[in-house]
Design a protein around this ligand. Structure first.
Ligand code: FES
Ligand code: FES
Length: 162
């Protein structure tokens, strides 16, 4: 007898379709796989990092239908028919240059997550205030920089001073 799937947010494996960085995929991974693991293990998009695995650090940040989300908290099945952009799919040279110029990159582990959050912010709000930048980056943790340079980098990219 065919198995019934009663959870609309959790389609059966064969039904999952996901668009990542503009390319449509039909994952072989189970819908209960974390989006983070699918991206890193099946698609080999390793720019998305795992830090805490609990939604606290932002290292795994991706953009899901325009919103920055922690991919460690999202299941593949919840992404059916939706668009994901990872750090590899972000075309924002001014943002990358600004992170470099301000010294916002030290060990670099947190950087993809910060760039994803900053990019999502600038897409929605091209001229954010300092407070809005801080708010948008509040889900990202950095052990090295003290955050000041990261906020400066986003301000620099916003003002196109790079
Ligand atoms: Fe996802 Fe830390 S690994 S928030
Ligand atoms: Fe090292 Fe942020 S640069 S954790």
């Amino acid at each position: 007898m065919m198995k019934q799937n009663n959870n609309k947010d959790f389609p059966l494996s064969s039904a999952v379709k996901i668009i990542v960085n503009g390319i449509t995929y039909f994952p072989t991974a189970s819908p209960s796989t974390r989006l983070l693991d699918y991206l890193r293990e099946e698609l080999k998009l390793t720019g998305t990092k795992e830090g805490c695995g609990e939604g606290e650090c932002g290292a795994c940040m991706v953009i899901l239908d325009g919103q920055a989300v922690n991919s460690c908290l999202v299941l593949l099945g919840q992404c059916h028919g939706r668009e994901v952009t990872t750090i590899e799919g972000i075309n924002a040279p001014e943002l990358f240059r600004a992170f470099e110029k301000t010294g916002a990159v030290q060990c670099g582990f947190c950087t993809p997550g910060f760039v994803v959050s900053a990019y999502a912010l600038l897409q929605q709000n091209p001229h954010p205030t300092e407070a809005e930048i801080k708010e948008a980056l509040s889900g990202n943790l950095c052990r090295c920089t003290g955050y000041k340079k990261i906020v400066e980098a986003v301000e620099m990219a916003e003002k196109r001073k790079t």
